[in-house]
Design a protein. Structure first.
Length: 143
């Protein structure tokens, strides 16, 4: 399983924390940038991750900016991508169980590293429930 991870300048430090956590869990991670806290445009990095998830190059993605909003808005423009902005572990679990999310978005200015680790842990442990949720996802994909 390979994950892609990226951030803009506002999420750079949290991206480093999450990348290390995923690697410690034995997950292959491709860091698609940014590599500093110098100002960059978040859509450039959201496109890299969402495009890779859409094509199947990556099974999952993580996008981090200041709030997570811009990243999630950009990633959700891609067909087949279900990017979930999560601010707690419950949201991360539900994103996977009910929405089969394949990209998780977070905001460094909204959550701290400990909460980010809890969010990632909940997402990793959760599995898609299928059933009634499959029809709902199909309605999303039909748009």
């Amino acid at each position: 399983m390979t994950w892609a991870i990226a951030s803009d300048h506002g999420g750079f430090h949290l991206k480093e924390t999450v990348r290390k956590q995923l690697e410690a869990e034995g997950i292959g991670v491709e860091d698609l940038g940014t590599s500093t806290s110098d100002s960059v445009d978040y859509p450039d990095f959201a496109h890299k991750v969402a495009g890779g998830v859409q094509s199947g190059k990556y099974e999952y993605g993580v996008l981090i900016c200041g709030t997570g909003l811009g990243m999630s808005m950009t990633a959700n423009r891609y067909s087949g991508v279900r990017a979930a902005l999560c601010t707690d572990a419950y949201m991360a679990r539900m994103a996977k169980e009910h929405n089969n999310a394949n990209i998780i978005c977070m905001g460094e200015r909204v959550i701290g590293p400990g909460l980010a680790e809890d969010i990632i842990r909940a997402f990793l442990k959760a599995g898609f429930e299928g059933g009634r949720h499959e029809a709902r996802i199909a309605k999303i994909e039909a748009i």
